[in-house]
Design a binder for this molecule. Structure first.
Ligand code: GLN
Length: 190
C-alpha cells in the first residue's frame, strides 16, 4: 500500500515515520507527479495558511483536489482538517479550502499557542486505553454534515471521525507515540 504524505510544511515527517513503522510504502508529496500511484494520502498539521499558499506554488491544488474528489482515502490532521473543510470560520480572509470534508471548523478555536493541551480521548471501537490527544493550536469543529461519522469528541465537539474515505483528527495522532489511529486508517483502506 502506497501512502503519500503532503510534505509542503508541517508535521509530515512524523506521519511518514508512523506509516513507515506500520509497513506502508511511504512517498512524500511535494509536486503533482508525486500523486501518481498513491492508494491513500495524509495531510498533516502545520500552518494551514502557509500550506494553502504552497498548494498554489507547488501546483498541487487542482490535482490533489481531483484525487480527493475521486475518493482517494485521506487522513487529515489538524491544519489538514482546515485545508479540507467545507467551511472555515475565522480563517485568513483570502484562505481557500479544498472543501471535500463536510464540516465547519473554527481556526484556532481553543485559543492561542499557549492554550495547547493534551487530553485522553475515548475513541469508539478502539480497543485498549484512551488515546492521548495532542491538541496544538487546534481547530474546533462546529458543525458536521450528516454523512460524518464522529468517533471521538472532546468538550462536546467532534475531534476524530470519518466521512467516507476521508478520516480526520483535529489533534496530532502522529505525536502521541501511539500508532493505533494510523493503523485503523490503513486497515480500512487496505
Ligand atoms: N492553527 C493552525 C492553523 O490554523 C493549525 C495547527 C496545527 O496544525 N497544529 O493552521
Amino acid at each position: 500500500m502506497k501512502v503519500g504524505i503532503l510534505a509542503l510544511q508541517g508535521a509530515f515527517r512524523e506521519h511518514a515515520e508512523a506509516f513507515d513503522a506500520l509497513g506502508a510504502d511511504v512517498a512524500l508529496v511535494k509536486r503533482p507527479e508525486h500523486l501518481a500511484g498513491l492508494d491513500a494520502i495524509a495531510i498533516p498539521g502545520g500552518e494551514s495558511t502557509t500550506i494553502d499558499k504552497l498548494l498554489d506554488s507547488s501546483e498541487l491544488r487542482e490535482p490533489l483536489h481531483a484525487r480527493l474528489q475521486d475518493g482517494l482515502p485521506a487522513f487529515l490532521t489538524c491544519a489538514g482538517v482546515i485545508l479540507c473543510a467545507r467551511e472555515i470560520v475565522d480563517g485568513r480572509p483570502d484562505q481557500q479550502t479544498l472543501g471535500v470534508l463536510d464540516v465547519s471548523v473554527r481556526r484556532n478555536g481553543y485559543g492561542r499557542q499557549r492554550e495547547s493541551f493534551e487530553a485522553p480521548l475515548t475513541v469508539r471501537d478502539l480497543p485498549g486505553a484512551p488515546f492521548e490527544g495532542v491538541f496544538i493550536r487546534a481547530p474546533v469543529i462546529e458543525r458536521v454534515g450528516k454523512n460524518v461519522d464522529v468517533l471521538a469528541e472532546y468538550d462536546g465537539h467532534a475531534v476524530f471521525g470519518r466521512a467516507g474515505a476521508c478520516w480526520f483528527a483535529t489533534f496530532h495522532p502522529e505525536l502521541a507515540g501511539d500508532l493505533r489511529l494510523h493503523q485503523c486508517f490503513l486497515t480500512e483502506v487496505d
